[in-house]
Design a protein around this ligand. Structure first.
Ligand SMILES: NC(=O)c1ccc[n+]([C@@H]2O[C@H](COP(=O)([O-])OP(=O)(O)OC[C@H]3O[C@@H](n4cnc5c(N)ncnc54)[C@H](OP(=O)(O)O)[C@@H]3O)[C@@H](O)[C@H]2O)c1
Length: 393
């Protein structure tokens, strides 16, 4: 698990090579504002090897955030992430490893009969019921996510996961109401709170594609304050209900005694993930999150997702930070002229890193040369909040 000491040690080793605010506070310590992602690429041994080299290089050059998911590249990405973390020169305590569960994972390659595989591997053994599945391939029920946490711990071959995301819960809105999705999230958060107390995960969160960057009347919309309220309820029921060992996950530390204030009070929902880049900046520009308990007493009723997350103490990790490769050739003017970086990929990364409220910009790469190029983005200072605002005027 990433620790305060481990991540600060990492920052002290690499921080001088980077610009202002390259390392940012998150969780127990600090993380790099550039992370490496592992989504794209074929499920082959050759791509595994390229990711292995890229992740190790990233860790040994100043990136201590790694993002993966149980289903990425048919489960191969998690195995490579764990292998790279275990064999790199960097201590486990210096690194934030994030993974996700929600999409039914394959095991190494794509089966000839995906529907038959899902039925035989997950439905028939009772890991997930047909009613819980959306599109035959996605679920967020507590028992399914619990099984996915186990699967990720095994695939990573690590003792702990620093951030565990429920993956794209908005997918469930195609088969059930928004309230029913919030209900399932609350039940799943209870399970994640138990696993947090058992020391198996550090924090949890929501990874999304559409949920947080569409208008409130959109069919894929989810409210971040509503989800945070469900996390509060889940933590209260687990902490106060004495059901912390109900899932059989062993001894749990008393959170009051925790030296980490981030894990002690309240709930463990401390991160969200959403696409954010020069061409997809809705999380900054769209005021789509209610603010019912505005502590300033202003009459403001809606804020952007980035602002909402910032006020709630939730870290934001951006996906598709370089538009899944589409921004490496050119960035639309006049924005390009405002951004620092020698090449377009670096300027795109610096756009995402500069947005107020963003903790870390994730960039997927299985190419060590791209790792080097992307890390160099961090040698430039990000735009300040006023300059970032001005980009949109
Ligand atoms: N809903 C979700 O939860 C969600 C959705 C999407 C992504 N994610 C996470 O966010 C991470 C980042 O998003 P992403 O991978 O989809 O998109 P991205 O980071 O915007 O782009 C990745 C693509 O850009 C290429 N690339 C990277 N650096 C480059 C460079 N310097 N020059 C040229 N090409 C470069 C990569 O190819 P090479 O391998 O050849 O470098 C890859 O094809 C993912 O890997 C994943 O961990 C989460």
């Amino acid at each position: 698990m990433a620790t305060r000491e481990g991540t600060w040690r990492y920052r002290n080793r690499f921080g001088d090579s980077f610009g202002r605010t390259y390392f940012r506070r998150f969780g127990p310590g600090v993380v790099s504002s550039l992370g490496i992602g592992t989504y794209l690429g074929d499920p082959t041994a050759a791509v595994d090897e390229r990711y292995r080299q890229s992740i190790r290089l990233a860790l040994e050059s100043g990136i201590n955030v790694i993002d993966t998911a149980v289903n990425y590249r048919c489960g191969r990405s998690e195995r490579v992430v764990g292998d790279a973390v275990r064999t790199s020169d960097i201590d486990r305590e210096s690194v934030l490893v994030a993974t996700k569960g929600g999409f039914v994972p394959f095991d190494g390659d794509r089966p000839a009969d995906p529907a038959g595989y899902v039925r035989g591997t997950f439905v028939d053994p009772g890991i997930v019921s047909i009613e819980e599945l959306a599109g035959g391939s996605h679920a967020i029920s507590p028992s399914f996510i619990d099984a996915m946490v186990d699967r990720s711990l095994r695939a990573l071959d690590l003792d702990t996961i620093d951030v565990y995301y429920v993956h794209n819960p908005e997918t469930q809105l195609s088969v059930r109401s928004r309230e029913a999705v919030y209900d399932r999230l609350e039940a799943t958060f209870e399970q994640l709170e138990r696993r947090r107390r058992a020391g198996e995960i550090g924090r949890y969160g929501i990874a999304s594609w559409e949920a947080f960057r569409v208008p409130e009347d959109h069919e894929s919309y989810l409210s971040l304050p509503a989800i945070l309220e469900r996390a509060r309820r889940a933590a209260a029921s687990v902490f106060e209900g004495g059901s912390d060992t109900a899932a059989g996950h062993g001894d749990v530390p008393d959170p009051v005694d925790s030296p980490d204030p981030d894990t002690a009070p309240d709930h463990g929902l401390r991160a969200i993930q959403l696409p954010f880049n020069v061409s997809m900046a809705d999380a900054f520009t769209m005021k789509n999150q209610p603010l019912p308990d505005d502590p300033t007493g202003s009459d403001e009723t809606r804020v952007s997702t980035l602002e909402c997350a910032r006020r709630a103490g939730v870290g934001v990790f951006t996906s598709a930070s370089i538009g899944q490769g589409s921004l490496v050739e050119a960035i639309p003017e006049p924005i390009d002229g405002e951004l620092a970086g020698d090449v377009a990929a670096q300027r795109a990364i610096n756009f995402a890193r500069s947005a107020p409220g963003v903790t870390s910009a994730l960039v997927g790469t299985s190419d060590p040369n791209h790792v080097r190029e992307n890390i160099a983005a961090g040698t430039f200072d990000p735009l300040g909040a006023t300059a970032f605002d001005a980009v949109f005027q």
